[in-house]
Design a protein. Sequence first.
Length: 117
Amino acid sequence: MCSELPDPVFTEAVGVLEMIARNPNEKRFYDARLKMQRDEQARLDAAEAIGEARGQAIGEARGKAIGEERGALIGRVEILQSLVGDVQHSFDQLRALSTEELAEVEVLLQQRLRDRD
């Protein structure tokens, strides 16, 4: 039969089948090993799914926190602009700035408000 199937994978499979056919005890060992391999793969797949879910939850929480922080910062800048009498930049213009740039604008506007008094 091996000569009909030249691929090494088939040759190995035929060898396993012949071995199992000769010794029922070997079949039990083979089945147990195969079950162990499948169980281990299922355990790894489950652990990977849990890890991905945890990572996604952490990423969403971080993104939400950053968004809330930026929104509050933009709100403070808008209020300071109106108090100082500056030209009001649109929300989209402010949103285009980095968090660091927004913080710098906030500090400058706060200083201008203090100096005005």
